[in-house]
Design a protein around this ligand. Structure first.
Ligand SMILES: [Zn+2]
Length: 58
């Protein structure tokens, strides 16, 4: 019998890899592998928002 681990495996909000609990990087209600993934995800959000704003302005 195996002991079931209650702890949820968190996935990186950017690359979707499981985030090691010791190294988790928590920002904006999401987990990231590291600062690099957090920055990349943030840039994507900014880019998406700019595209939406550009479309709305047309
Ligand atoms: Zn990641």
């Amino acid at each position: 019998m195996t002991e079931q681990n209650e702890e949820e495996m968190k996935k990186c909000g950017h690359c979707k890899k499981p985030v090691m609990k010791a190294k988790k990087y928590y920002r904006n209600n999401k987990y990231y592998c590291n600062q690099n993934c957090w920055r990349a995800a943030k840039q994507k959000v900014i880019k998406d928002a700019q595209e939406v704003a550009a479309q709305a302005a047309e």
